[in-house]
Each structure stands twice: as structure tokens, then as C-alpha cells.
Design a protein around this ligand. Structure first.
Ligand SMILES: NC(=O)c1ccc[n+]([C@@H]2O[C@H](COP(=O)([O-])OP(=O)(O)OC[C@H]3O[C@@H](n4cnc5c(N)ncnc54)[C@H](O)[C@@H]3O)[C@@H](O)[C@H]2O)c1
Length: 344
């Protein structure tokens, strides 16, 4: 009998395919069940694509996993230890609830849930369960952001004075992204990465001021936010911009600029990846980052937690939930054109 952890993946879109690739490189696990309600994704005759090079490269062809057309069937019938939930955001809560009820460990794609109410229920379920639940907030594991968090927290270049994060792409298309009720627009689906990183790195902001406009999802698909920390003498000035409304062909990029008392860090991932450090009076320095995408380090961390027998890190999960409360405040702020306090 195999001593590997058995994984079932629900949803074989761009993220499910990416997770599949990553599990295939981890010795201690094997994907023994997969589910997708689209037959061609299940049998490998069609395949979703990712927006970052290196994502969703493998496939299901040749995989001996048991296949299900409904994720609930996989949870109820498959002999697995882990359920990896990669369906659309509006379905996250019901699948997390069902998987925990069946005694499975759970990795759930970001954002944790479609709204803060559901996210709070997940926290409660996780607190009452001995099984491990993790929200796949991949930026927390992305080498350039790990570097940034450490630089801020250790004052490596002095105090951080300002941080600006940006993430822009053309509209991803497809049924899920075209329905604001399912995906929450770029505001919840894309920009949430930066909001979560800011919350994770600097703590919960006191308030936000956001402006934005609607796009092809029917929801807010372009947003610019200032995150307000009342103790402004100890917090940097923080802002971010996220968009799905770039013209076709624009591609995808994500970036940050962090200005410190004694240095400026500038990161950009588009076709290449560069992190530069600028210091007055010196040549700029290119910083070598650990190779790999955040998804790989995130899934490795999740598997390691389970192998170590660790229970859910409720603080990290709560932070992922509170990120959704911040995003909801951003939406209110856009609609009201005013500063909105964060209430959790
Ligand atoms: N971490 C990241 O950077 C990142 C990037 C993209 C997407 N995501 C998140 O991942 C999730 C999925 O996004 P995607 O781009 O892969 O979406 P997608 O629409 O391409 O894929 C979702 C898949 O789930 C399947 N599905 C839907 N209902 C099902 C059910 N009941 N049973 C089985 N299969 C079912 C669909 O057929 C589809 O193939 C979303 O929550 C999204 O926000 C995260």
C-alpha cells in the first residue's frame, strides 16, 4: 500500500492544472482523484491556460487518477487524504464545508470565499476540525514578496516609507470570470493578492479609500486603493492598483515599488522577472531571487504542515478571511466615493 498522501483535485481550470503539475513534483503525495464538470478537461482533450509562463503546463493525459464529473462525488467517494479546491470562488465555501465534514485536509484556492460571511464560517469550521485548512494566498510564498516582507520587517534598508503594488492584465475571459457573482470582478479575484499581501505584511489597515470602474465581469475590474494606517508615523504610505481592463494583447504583469530610508526596491514580473535595489551614490543592484513560483512553495508548505501533523494556522486563515472584509470595504469606498473603515 502506498504511504503517500492521496490528493483529490476539484476543478481543472488554470489553477487546478497548475496544482496538478506541482503535486507531480512532490514525492510524498500522489493525485489519485480529479473532478471537473467539463468532460473534455477531465479526459485531457481540452486544457485551460495560465496567465504566467510556467503555469498549467502539464495535463491529465496518462494520469491513472479516478475521474469524477462532480466535485461532491469526489469528496464523498474517493479514498483521499487531501481535497484541493480549485473551482470558482462562489463554490469554495460549500466544498470546504463538505471536505471537512468527510475528514479531509483542505487546500482552497484564493480568495478564501466569495464574501466575508462565508469566510468567517470557514474559520469556525476550521477551528472545530482537527484537519488542516489552508487558503492558497500564493503571494505570501512568492520569492519577491518573501524578500520584501523580510526587508520591511527587519528594516534592512531603514524604515519603509512607501509601498505601491500593481497587477494588470487584459480580461481573462471564460464563464467564471465573466460573471461578477461568481468571481467578484478583478477587485476580488486579482487585486485581492495585493490587498492580502499588505494585510499579511503590515497588518489590518484602519480604513481604505478606493476608486474604480466596472468592466467585462460586470463588477469592478479596475481599482486603485490607498490603505490608511492611523499610526502613520510607524506605517508606510500604502497603495495598490489592479486591473483586468487592459487592451487585448497587453499580457500580464505584477510589480511593486517599496521606498525605504536607505534604499528603493523595484520588482517587475512580465515576460522576465527583475528585482532591483537602488541606493543613492551606488550602482543599482539586481537581486537574485529563489527560483520558482509562489504556487510551488505554497503547496510544499501545505504538504509539510500535514506531514508534520500540524493543525490549521488559524491566524493565517483569519488573515485571508479579513482580506475579504478589506476588499468589501474597497467596494463600498468606490461606490460611496469616501473613506471606509475596516470592521472585522
Ligand atoms: N492563485 C492564483 O494566482 C489564482 C489564479 C487564477 C485563479 N485562481 C482562483 O482559482 C479558482 C479557479 O480559477 P480558474 O481560473 O482555474 O477557473 P476556471 O473556471 O478555469 O476553472 C474552474 C473549473 O472548475 C470546474 N467546476 C465547476 N464546478 C464544478 C463542480 N461542481 N465539480 C467539479 N468541477 C467543477 C469547471 O468546469 C472549471 O473547469 C478561482 O477561485 C480563482 O480565483 C487563483
Amino acid at each position: 500500500m502506498s504511504s503517500k498522501l492521496k490528493v483529490g483535485i476539484i476543478g481543472l481550470g488554470s489553477m487546478g492544472s497548475t496544482h496538478l503539475d506541482i503535486y507531480s513534483k512532490i514525492n510524498e503525495v500522489e493525485v489519485t482523484a480529479i473532478a471537473d464538470s467539463i468532460q473534455s478537461r477531465l479526459d485531457g482533450s481540452s486544457k485551460a491556460e495560465g496567465n504566467i509562463s510556467g503555469q498549467a503546463e502539464g495535463g491529465v493525459v496518462g494520469l491513472s487518477s479516478t475521474k469524477y464529473l462532480d466535485g461532491m462525488e469526489l469528496i464523498n467517494n474517493a479514498d483521499i487524504d487531501i481535497v484541493d479546491i480549485c473551482v470558482g470562488t462562489d463554490l469554495h465555501f460549500i466544498f470546504v464545508e463538505a471536505a471537512l465534514a468527510k475528514g479531509k485536509h483542505v487546500l482552497v484556492e484564493k480568495p478564501l470565499a466569495r464574501n466575508y460571511e462565508e469566510a468567517k464560517k470557514i474559520i469556525q469550521l476550521a477551528k472545530n476540525s482537527s484537519f488542516h485548512v489552508m487558503s492558497a494566498m500564493c503571494l505570501r510564498y512568492w520569492p519577491a514578496w518573501v524578500f520584501l516582507k523580510e526587508a520591511i520587517q527587519t528594516n534592512a534598508y531603514g524604515k519603509c516609507l512607501s509601498l505601491n503594488c500593481k497587477r494588470q492584465t487584459s480580461f481573462p475571459g471564460g464563464a467564471f470570470y465573466s460573471d461578477n457573482n461568481q468571481c467578484g470582478g478583478a477587485l476580488l479575484d486579482l487585486h485581492v493578492h495585493d490587498t492580502d499581501f499588505i494585510n499579511y505584511c503590515l497588518g489590518l489597515p484602519d480604513a481604505v479609500f478606493s476608486q474604480g470602474y466596472k468592466g467585462p465581469s460586470g463588477g469592478f475590474d479596475h481599482v486603485v486603493t490607498n490603505y490608511i494606517y492611523n499610526k502613520s508615523d510607524s506605517s508606510p504610505i500604502v497603495s495598490s492598483e489592479g486591473s483586468w481592463t487592459m487592451q487585448e494583447g497587453y499580457g500580464f504583469n505584477m510589480s511593486y515599488t517599496a521606498n525605504f530610508e536607505n534604499g528603493t526596491l523595484s520588482y517587475l514580473l512580465d515576460e522576465d522577472e527583475t528585482l532591483k535595489l537602488f541606493k543613492s551614490g551606488q550602482e543599482s543592484e539586481s537581486i537574485k531571487l529563489k527560483e520558482g513560483m509562489g504556487y510551488e512553495f505554497e503547496i510544499r508548505a501545505f504538504v509539510d504542515e500535514i506531514l508534520a501533523g500540524n493543525s490549521t494556522n488559524i491566524d493565517l486563515l483569519r488573515q485571508a478571511a479579513e482580506t475579504i472584509a478589506i476588499v468589501e470595504a474597497e467596494k463600498t469606498s468606490i461606490e460611496a466615493c469616501s473613506v471606509v473603515s475596516i470592521k472585522v
